[in-house]
Every structure is written in structure tokens, then in C-alpha cells.
Design a binder for this molecule. Structure first.
Ligand SMILES: *Cc1c(COP(=O)(O)O)cnc(C)c1O
Ligand SMILES: [Zn+2]
Length: 482
């Protein structure tokens, strides 16, 4: 089989409810269990057949496919057999997602933090966040459904902290045809870049006052009562696509996860779920021999998952939503994560194999998140605030003895720096609302300096102006003549 050949293997997938265990056919688009309302995971019930192929053979197949020119296998579906082996080649939507680079931190940054870190830049996806991984899978599935049922109109709806809607709108605009995209955003709570993206993709953008959790309630009401396709992370197809992050991390490190820790910011908890699920699949197929340790990271302003796991005795743990406070990690500012049951489900499996410290959640402050972002980027990274949160999380884990400097901390920059640039501006201009609790360190601030005024420019001839401006630059930099 050439690296360009689309696989002939087909699995048999079903939705499994994490609440009551009921299973459902994938012919229908389900979000939550019609019987008990809990969330689903999508399972390939013939997964064990994949074990007939050895771990070595799988590694060879995936490594070979890394050179494919077939776009259907170029993105998340390089790992087709592990993701959604029910799709046909013609339904696969590829917009350049996945295969994002892993960049080892510079020695200077490692010296500063004391940790050994690397960033996987998921901001280098087409809509500049990891959400594209999940959308590639969800839209491929939708295309298959539309083709199968001959539907003439499907309205995709999502509530968003910004990046989900950017990704959904992008993929919907590409697929077009029967697909129409509607996004529901918390008014004033997404960055201008994140608002511009769905507008630019031609989606219908509806705003409601409040925070993400308020939008989510509206969307759920719609999904329960009307014919719409919900694209929030309750949509289990998205989780499947996001597993590709784990596969890529493992492949990048030649399938050797010993001594590696993967840091992930937690908002709605879909991503951390997907990453755990992905590593578990690799482990069960013998593609990796050890699981990495997973660290979820949450801000003290939105930390329900941290609070749950902070209780040491598993029997004493009790989940309760929190009311969020303003967070620079705005994409993770969620008080009642919909995927919490999924986290619990996969964390248990992780702990059963890797031991108690194989899944942990650390808490960081808003101050630390901002400093994480700014320091990472001062050493050549392109981290968003959530990426900064991961660096802060690694420092925190080191400080409290959960991480050793000998381990490699792989940090998820879940979006591109530029999407969250307003927070950098607030830091540099010391203009944070007090509710964030961020006091900028003047040493980390950076401001443009006007070296000659417009008035001075007007008063001078062009030649004089060039000389005067240059003289000011020379003075500012203390340049010496050659
Ligand atoms: C969605 C998002 C998160 C949070 O991921 P969850 O799956 O909701 O936990 C973090 N960072 C960015 C940039 C995001 O867009
Ligand atoms: Zn159920």
C-alpha cells in the first residue's frame, strides 16, 4: 500500500453514553444522550482488530504516510484508522490543519524557567487554533451525512469563546452547499480578531450579553428543540479529530513518550479529553510503550477541574461548577465544562495504567499566565495567553515538585499569539481592568517610541528630516561611527 492510498479498512463506530452506557448508531447526529442527557464518546467497537497489526507496523505506516501528497491523508487523517475509520475519501475536508510544529525552547528560556520545555504551536492551524483539528473531523462527518440523506439545508450552530466559531465558520464556508454557519458569541467577550474571523467567512454572527456559559445554554435549547447541527465540544466528532494532537506529539518524538509531560489548558475540557484518549489508543495498540504524563492547567479565575482533582482521596471528590472571573486565558474561561465527565472517564484509564501522577491539574494565577505568554514570546515562541498558561503551569508544577527539570514539558500553544494580542497590549500599556488581577512588570513592558514628531517633520526639508531622524536613532541606540 502506497503512502498515498486511502485505507480500505473500515471500523464500526457507535456513540456510547458516559452516563447510562446506552449506545446509539452513528447514522444520526447526537450531542447528548436522549435517555439521560449525558455526553457521548465515539468508539470503534472493532478497535481490537487493529491489534492484529503490530505497533512496529503501525509506526511504519504512519511514518510513511507523513510524506503523502493525498490531501485526504495529509491532515488529521494521517491517523485515519485511529480517528474515524468510517469516512470515505470523498467526504474528507482538508484545509491545511494539523502537522503543527514542535519547537524546543531556547536554552535561555529553559534557564529562566528551570524547566525543559517545548511548544507545539497549534496556532499554526488554518484558523489559528487547534479547533480546526476537531472541525476537520466534524465537517467530514457532516458531509458524509448530507450525502447519505440528501439533505438540502443544514444549519450548523455553535456557542464559542471565539475560536470554535472561527473554525466552524471557516470550514462551513469552504464546504458550502447545504451547510450554513451560525455562531453565538458572548457580546464583548471575544477578541476583535476572533470576531472578525466568522464575519469574514460569511457566517451569521449572533451575540448575547453574558459569558460563554450563557451562550451555551441558548445553543443547547436550540439543539434540543430544533433541527440544527451543534458544533460545540459536546459534538463527539470534534473530540475524535482533536486526538490527532496526541498522535503527532508521539510521532514527533519517534513514538517514545518516556520522560515527557504534556501540558494542556483546560476550558470546556474537550481538548485534554481528546489528548488523553489519543495517547490511550496508541498505548493499547503498542505504538507507544509508555504513556506521557498529562497536566491540565487552569486559571484561578476558572478552575472547576482543578478544584475537583485537588481533593486527594478520589472517593471524596465532588464536581461543582464555578462562577468565572475575568481571565486573560479567555478561551478557557469556562465555569461548567461540558466535557468534564469525559475527563473523569479518561483520567481513570490513564491512572490505571500510568499511576496516580499520570494525570494532574495545576492552578495558576492571571499574573503568571500573562508573564508566561510574554516571556515565552520574548524567547522566540508565538504563544497565545493559553499557551502562556501552559508555561506558567510547568513552572508551577516544578515549584510544587510535580515536575522534574529532567522531564520534557511539551506545552500546547492552543492558538496563535496574534489572536490574543489585546492582552499583550493591556500588559504593555498597564491598562488591565482591576478584575483581572494583573499588575504588569515594567521590565517586561515594551512600547513603540516616536523618535521625531510630525510637527518636526513638517518643519524640515526631506533631507534635513532624514538626518534629524537618523541623529535621534543614533542617540537613542548610542551607535558609534564605523
Ligand atoms: C477552546 C480553546 C481552549 C480550551 O479548550 P477546551 O477543549 O475547551 O478545554 C484553550 N485555548 C484555546 C486557544 C481555545 O480556543
Ligand atoms: Zn445516557
Amino acid at each position: 500500500m502506497s503512502a498515498n492510498t486511502f485505507p480500505s479498512y473500515r471500523g464500526q463506530m457507535q456513540y456510547t453514553c458516559l452516563g447510562c452506557g446506552q449506545t446509539y448508531d452513528i447514522d444520526e447526529l447526537h450531542y447528548t444522550c436522549p435517555k439521560c442527557g449525558d455526553v457521548f464518546i465515539l468508539e470503534n467497537i472493532t478497535f481490537d482488530e487493529l491489534k492484529q497489526t503490530s505497533g512496529t507496523e503501525w509506526r511504519r505506516i504512519f511514518d510513511e504516510r507523513a510524506s503523502t501528497k493525498n490531501t485526504a491523508l495529509h491532515g488529521i487523517f494521517r491517523f485515519y484508522e485511529l480517528i474515524a475509520p468510517v469516512m470515505d475519501e470523498e467526504d474528507i475536508v482538508y484545509l491545511g490543519e494539523a502537522n503543527t510544529p514542535v519547537i524546543a525552547s531556547s536554552p535561555a528560556l529553559n534557564a529562566l524557567t528551570g524547566a525543559t520545555t517545548a511548544y507545539k504551536n497549534d496556532g499554526q492551524n488554518p484558523s489559528a487554533s487547534f479547533k480546526d483539528r476537531g472541525m476537520a473531523c466534524a465537517f467530514s462527518y457532516l458531509k458524509a451525512l448530507i450525502r447519505k440523506h440528501g439533505w438540502d439545508e443544514v444549519l450548523t450552530v455553535c456557542a464559542s469563546t471565539g475560536d470554535t466559531s472561527a473554525a466552524a465558520a471557516l470550514y462551513a464556508s469552504y464546504v458550502g452547499g447545504a451547510l450554513k454557519s451560525v455562531v453565538i458569541l458572548p457580546h464583548g467577550k471575544v477578541t476583535p480578531q476572533q470576531l472578525a474571523q466568522p464575519l469574514g467567512s460569511g457566517a451569521i454572527v449572533l451575540e448575547v450579553p453574558g459569558v460563554f456559559d450563557d451562550c451555551m445554554k441558548v445553543v443547547e435549547h436550540l439543539a434540543d428543540n430544533y433541527r440544527v447541527a451543534l458544533l460545540n465540544s459536546k459534538n463527539a466528532w470534534r473530540i475524535l479529530g482533536q486526538e490527532s494532537y496526541a498522535f503527532e506529539v508521539a510521532q514527533w518524538y519517534d513514538w517514545d513518550m518516556t520522560g515527557k509531560c504534556v501540558f494542556v489548558p483546560i476550558g470546556n475540557a474537550g481538548n485534554v479529553t481528546a489528548i488523553m484518549a489519543g495517547f490511550l489508543k496508541l498505548y493499547h495498540l503498542g505504538i507507544i510503550e509508555t504513556l506521557p504524563r498529562i497536566f491540565g492547567v487552569q486559571s484561578h479565575h476558572a478552575d472547576p477541574v482543578y478544584r475537583y482533582y485537588a481533593v486527594n482521596d478520589a472517593a471524596e471528590r465532588k464536581y461543582s461548577p464555578v462562577t468565572v472571573q475575568p481571565s486573560v486565558a479567555q478561551a478557557a474561561m469556562i465555569g461548567n465544562p461540558v466535557s468534564f465527565p469525559r475527563v473523569r472517564h479518561f483520567a481513570r484509564q490513564f491512572e490505571a495504567i500510568g499511576g496516580k501522577d499520570s494525570f494532574q491539574v495545576v492552578q495558576v494565577t492571571e499574573q503568571q499566565i500573562m508573564e508566561g505568554m510574554i516571556q515565552a514570546n520574548r524567547f522566540g515562541h508565538i504563544a497565545c495567553t493559553q499557551g502562556g498558561e501552559c508555561l506558567a503551569g510547568a513552572r508551577r508544577a516544578l515549584e510544587i515538585g510535580l515536575l522534574s527539570p529532567d522531564e520534557l514539558a511539551v506545552l500546547d500553544s492552543t492558538a496563535h499569539q496574534l489572536k490574543f494580542i489585546d492582552f499583550q497590549n493591556m500588559y504593555f500599556q498597564d491598562s488591565f481592568d482591576p478584575s483581572f488581577g494583573v499588575t504588569p512588570d515594567p521590565k517586561l513592558s515594551n512600547q513603540p517610541e516616536l523618535i521625531i514628531t510630525p510637527d518636526q517633520k513638517t518643519a524640515l526639508s526631506p533631507e534635513e528630516y532624514t538626518l534629524a531622524a537618523s541623529a535621534n536613532v543614533v542617540a537613542r541606540l548610542g551607535l558609534e561611527k564605523k
